[in-house]
Ligand binder design. Structure first.
Ligand code: AGP
Length: 613
């Protein structure tokens, strides 16, 4: 969840960029840097650790100039070093680049550029972009064309800012795919660009958001917009509120809505620095458990509450399927009361967004008392769970404000998938080629998440149609059964409609008695080994007058013909499909709650973190 800020105008750029980065600091970082173009040419300042380290550096080594870009980086892979901090430059220090996202094919590009004589100074994927632009500039392109041609070679989802000493009064901004956004701010005689609205507060109220494959060129005369292929385009600025909370919500009505739509970026951030797409490997170097310890784990005991418990149920499928390690999942609130049998070769995996849930912390204490090491899969940086665990795998999802958990849930699933592949690599339960295929699937995830969230027109109609139902059933099978549970919880906790998640195979053993036209049934019909069984469940419900809303692959004509309504999702391998299948259920719950006038971000009786028993 890197932070990005750029400024061009009549004031010194460095302090404005620094302030903008501090407004994005909530996204977590462990290194920061900025570049300014001024009378002395390029001034590049980078530091590891807190943002004030960069601020102190600038006091002793000021960076003068009115054009600047800055970046905060959360490096989850390998040592945090100054040379890996952004911005990155080309060989001649003419081109300066900062990035949020993943260049999936950077190794192949890097090999080609090294063979052409380029010298790299970092291990990052971002530096490849600077050298690509350098090569096109050397071929005679101007900055804009060189950036466009470089972007054309990138695979993945990326947001970048580029400076160049050849054109010192320009900032080129570009967005590819769904690795988060870029927003341009129009101030008085100055323009800014940032990865999130809070960085623009106080400088701009009129803004324009870059969408996928769009670019912006910021200059003293203002901003011009174009598509990555060079086609000029017009963007009508919109006015945003000065209220910090409203600015943090951006163009969204609720934080939950914003966090639902942030998931392409948050899953990207969960992957960042942990996957080598070229080598087809996952590396979780940040886990403070020795590889041998992980290699010799005989059983994983997952403990969690609520949505995190649903995530742990999905993780069970992933880890058992790939790493062949048995996983038991317990409600954290039950775990310590059942005298759990724990061995030192067990690993207790606590899954928690806040890292402060009292039942989950108590389960971790119980594990430690019984001599089992603990791993926390957690979002809140520096939370109690992160502090007491023997190993930590951060979600990197950024703050989740909405009480109903959305982006943290999908990041939990990504983290568990990474852990499953990593364990499989350590234990040799998967051939390298199989790991490569699994990693390639991950590379497609951010864009498919963006695709799954693209069509929200159907939800208003469904909200209108089902807003007054009192009960609903969510059914699925296999790895999607926990998604049915999660979809039901989302609906319950924000719309106050009673909803029950159920294994579809259990319908005949009682719940089918509930079916009539007043009880909508949400069925997850994934393209997997139980698809036909799910389709017959759909038919059974409809035969009894029930209405079926199916989550199904966009191209599944049979599901479309059998259900009353379909929420289409792209198809991905069965272990990653749950990440896509939950997205329509989040939107369905959200729109029903809004239609019913509920307080979506702070539902009644609920708290974001349950710190009391
Ligand atoms: C999720 O939408 C709920 N807000 C709730 O179930 C939550 O998942 C649960 O309280 C666990 O919280 P944690 O992930 O912070 O531990």
């Amino acid at each position: 969840m890197c932070g990005i800020v750029g400024y061009i105008g009549g004031r010194p750029a460095a302090p404005i960029v620094l302030e903008g980065l501090s407004r994005l600091a909530y996204r977590g970082y462990d290194s920061a840097g900025l570049a300014v173009l001024g009378p002395e040419g390029l001034a590049l300042r980078r530091s590891v650790g807190k943002l004030e380290n960069l601020s102190l550096l600038l006091q002793t080594q000021p960076a003068h100039g009115f054009v600047g870009i800055g970046h905060t980086r959360w490096a989850t892979h390998g040592a945090v070093t100054e040379y890996n901090a952004h911005p990155h430059t080309d060989c001649r220090r003419q081109v300066v680049v900062i990035q949020n996202g993943i260049v999936e094919n950077y190794m192949r590009l890097k090999e080609r550029l090294v063979a052409e004589g380029h010298e790299f100074r970092s291990q990052t994927d971002t530096e490849v972009i600077a050298h690509l632009i350098e090569a096109y500039l050397a071929g005679g392109d101007d900055l804009l064309r060189a950036v466009g041609r470089a972007l054309h070679e990138l695979k993945g989802a990326n947001c970048i800012l580029v400076l160049c000493t050849n054109e010192p009064e320009r900032i080129v901004a570009a967005r590819l795919g769904n690795a988060g956004g870029l927003v341009v701010g129009f101030g008085e005689g100055e323009v800014l660009v940032a990865s999130d609205l809070p960085a623009l507060l106080g400088y701009a109220r009129r803004v324009a958001f870059l969408e996928d494959r769009e670019m912006a060129v910021l200059g003293p005369e203002g901003v011009s917009f174009l598509r990555v292929d060079g086609t000029p385009m017009h963007k009508e600025p919109e006015t945003v509120s000065l209220d910090p909370e409203a600015a943090a919500r951006g163009r969204y009505q609720h934080f939950m809505q914003k966090e639902i739509y942030e998931q392409a970026r948050s899953v990207t951030d969960a992957l960042h620095g942990r996957v080598d797409f070229e080598a087809g490997e996952v590396s979780l170097g940040e886990l403070a458990l020795p590889p041998d310890r992980l290699r010799n784990v005989t059983r994983i005991r997952a403990v969690a509450c609520g949505t995190a418990w649903h995530a742990a149920l999905v993780g069970k499928f992933m880890i058992e399927r790939l790493a062949r390690v048995p996983v038991e999942v317990d409600y954290a609130s039950e775990f310590r009361y059942r005298d759990p049998l724990l061995d030192p070769t067990d690993l207790v995996m606590a899954v928690t967004q806040s890292g402060e849930t009292v039942d989950t912390l108590a389960a971790m204490d119980e594990a430690r008392r019984r001599g089992a090491p603990t791993l926390a899969i957690v979002n809140a940086i520096g939370s109690q769970a992160a502090r007491v665990a023997d190993a930590v795998l951060y979600l990197n999802a950024g703050p989740e404000i909405g009480v109903a958990s959305t982006k943290a849930f999908t990041s939990m699933l990504v983290a568990e998938y990474l852990l499953a592949v990593y364990l499989a690599q350590l234990r040799g339960t998967l051939e390298p080629e199989a790991c490569r295929r699994l990693v390639q699937e991950l590379a497609r995830l951010p864009n498919l998440v963006g695709e799954a969230l693209a069509g929200d027109g159907v939800y208003e109609d469904l909200a209108e149609r089902y807003a007054n139902c009192a009960n609903s059933l969510y059914i699925a099978r296999g790895i999607n059964y926990p998604i049915a549970l999660e979809g039901a919880l989302k609906l319950k906790e924000i719309s106050y409609i009673h909803a029950e998640g159920y294994p579809a195979g259990e319908m005949k053993h009682g719940p089918i008695a509930l079916i009539d036209e007043r009880v909508p049934v949400v069925a997850i019909v994934a393209r997997d080994e139980v698809r036909d069984k799910m389709l017959s469940n759909v038919e059974q419900v409809r035969a009894r007058g029930g209405k079926v809303i199916a989550v199904a692959a966009s191209d599944d004509a049979e599901a479309h013909s059998k259900a009353d309504h379909v929420l289409p999702v792209p198809h991905l391998s069965s272990l990653l499909n749950p990440i896509l299948n939950v997205l329509p259920l989040q939107l369905l719950a959200y729109h029903l709650a809004v239609h019913r006038g509920c307080d979506v971000d702070q539902p009644r009786n609920l708290a974001k973190s349950v710190t009391v028993e």
